[in-house]
Design a protein around this ligand. Structure first.
Ligand code: AMP
Ligand code: ZN
Ligand code: FE
Ligand code: FE
Length: 274
């Protein structure tokens, strides 16, 4: 059987792994395919593809966008987006610039909350990647004022917490339209984290084609629930580890995998809409 891990980050967003390292590890754990789904960036795709090609690991171009509802943060994956589309690249550049601005705003809020994070440290942690809250949380830990990600997100920078600043640049409808226009198949990421099934039918109306049923943060009962949900609505059931390198403590690549057949279904879906 051939398997794929369809949700992997690189250091072009908030993973510590380079695209080359991702490729090597994918090969090591016997994967036939991986999808690179960085937050607001596609820069990891080409180098990963190049490194993975001699190892016969297919790299599916993907992305992870953030949208919001008043009481929920929603992540939407796009599979088989065209990484060469110039208008799309321009949009992503804008989004990355917005992310920089957002970090300055969050650093300011944290300062007012008594946590003095150096913005420069956050940007150093991000390196050439799209800067985000995982980098900010890492810099918060370094101050010694918070003792873990749980506290950093739970008390300060998690969705709707006092030092949170939104990163959502589109409405859910716009995000799905952008992904489709870029040739991508829109899939709802980790619905078990969002925990707001009532928003899914609306996303389906806009063109959502799948949900990420299998994910590191989904326990057995959550998986079962979303398998049934996907069947009820005729959605593809995707899955991936959401590996952030060592960014969240351990390398998860390959720990969540789906049969390779799913890659073909996503490809067909992308060709249909393209
Ligand atoms: P951003 O794209 O900057 O909003 O950051 C999103 C990333 O922050 C997610 O991909 C996770 O890596 C991380 N994140 C968000 N909420 C939490 C949380 N409660 N605990 C740990 N990591 C989180
Ligand atoms: Zn992330
Ligand atoms: Fe996510
Ligand atoms: Fe992710």
């Amino acid at each position: 059987m051939k398997f794929a891990d369809l949700h992997i980050h690189t250091y072009f967003s908030d993973s510590t792994f380079s695209p080359e390292e991702v490729a090597a590890r994918a090969c090591e754990c016997g994967l036939s395919g991986i999808a690179i789904c960085d937050h607001d960036s596609i820069d990891g795709i080409a180098p990963c593809k190049e490194a993975a090609f001699p190892m016969s690991v297919e790299v599916i171009p993907g992305i992870e966008l953030t949208v919001e509802r008043q009481d929920a943060e929603i992540h939407i994956l796009g599979y088989f987006i065209d990484p060469e589309a110039e208008w799309f690249r321009d949009k992503l550049r804008e989004m990355q610039a917005f992310r920089i601005d957002r970090i300055h705003k969050m650093v300011e809020k944290l300062k007012n909350a008594g946590i003095n994070v150096n913005a420069g440290d956050v940007f150093d942690l991000a390196g050439k990647g799209a800067v985000g809250r995982l980098h900010l949380a890492q810099a918060m830990l370094k101050t010694g004022k918070v003792n873990g990600f749980r506290e950093a997100f739970g008390k300060y920078i998690g969705f709707a917490k006092p030092c949170y600043v939104s990163n959502a640049r589109f409405s859910p409808k716009e995000a799905i339209e952008v992904l489709r226009k870029a040739g991508g198949v829109p899939v709802l990421a980790h619905p078990g984290i969002m925990h707001k099934d009532e928003y899914i039918p609306e996303l389906i109306e806009y063109g959502l084609k799948g949900i990420e049923v299998y994910h590191t943060d989904h326990g057995a009962s959550v998986v079962k629930h979303y398998e049934q949900f996907a069947d009820r609505y005729g959605l593809l059931k995707t899955g991936g580890s959401d590996c952030h390198g060592m960014g969240k403590g351990k390398a998860l690549i390959g720990t969540v995998r789906v049969p390779y057949d799913l890659v073909e279904r996503l490809r067909e879906q992308s060709e249909k809409s393209g």
